[in-house]
Design a protein. Structure first.
Length: 249
């Protein structure tokens, strides 16, 4: 069966040099989910695609025309252009670190090339809003993204109770409750209540009101990485996390 041409949006997740002039790029597409593409001639000083390798930076939002054949591990991109050209993410050190964390986390969660338009739109919207976000929203956005991403993979923490009193986030049983777990893998106090606030946040502007210091954000990010390791098979530690933790305010 021959490949057909399709137009789709894509979020660049990873780029690897191939040969002298080409790239192999991993892209999360709106139409086909996780895909790998060969892009010819973008690392040359001449030709139609000269100097265009910068479009394939991780977290880039692209409009693509792709050849697609189901079951094929490597397809080709025929045409590509910016879907949205960021004003800040590629230049602002902290925003870039948040974006790289987001795309690495998404990459480690994705296992199959399945279409999920809601997940694509959620990720795209978070990246677009990160680009324009205030420092306070930027500081909390990685936590918001990680917690809400769990919903798309069936491991979202359940908020069991809402009465007054101490809260405990059981990382093993995936529940936030007023009952202290019988093991040591849980969060409590401000960390647990902040997770409830983040899970209940629907508009990113609301992240401005969630107050945490730098150390709490660092610890919570590490605990959320542990949560993914517990609940998603073959999940791997995140290389972007130490960099992000060092930069968050």
């Amino acid at each position: 069966m021959s490949s057909k041409l399709f137009k789709t949006k894509g979020i660049v997740l990873r780029t690897v040099k191939y040969g002298e002039t080409s790239l192999v790029v991993t892209v999360y597409t709106e139409l086909f989910g996780l895909q790998s593409y060969l892009v010819n001639g973008v690392r040359t000083a001449t030709g139609r695609n000269q100097g265009r390798a910068n479009l394939f930076q991780p977290a880039a939002l692209l409009d693509l025309v792709v050849y697609h054949q189901d079951g094929r591990s490597l397809n080709r991109i025929r045409e590509f252009q910016w879907g949205h050209l960021y004003g800040h993410i590629f230049q602002h050190v902290t925003k870039n670190a948040v974006a790289l964390f987001m795309v690495e986390l998404l990459t480690h969660c994705l296992k199959q090339p399945e279409k999920n338009q809601s997940l694509f739109q959620f990720t795209e919207d978070c990246l677009l809003q990160l680009d324009q976000a205030s420092p306070a929203v930027t500081a909390n956005l990685s936590l918001f993204f990680a917690l809400h991403l769990t919903h798309f993979f069936g491991v979202s923490p359940r908020i069991a109770e809402t009465k007054e009193g101490p809260l405990y986030f059981d990382l093993i049983d995936s529940v936030i409750t007023h009952t202290s777990p019988l093991h040591e893998n849980y969060l409590e106090g401000k960390m647990a209540s902040s997770c409830v606030e983040l899970l209940r946040t629907r508009q990113l502007e609301e992240l401005e009101e969630i107050k945490m210091n730098q150390e709490m954000r660092r610890q919570l990010l590490q605990h959320l990485e542990t949560y993914f390791l517990y609940h998603l098979q073959d999940f791997r530690p995140l290389k972007s996390l130490p960099v992000l933790s060092a930069l968050l305010q």
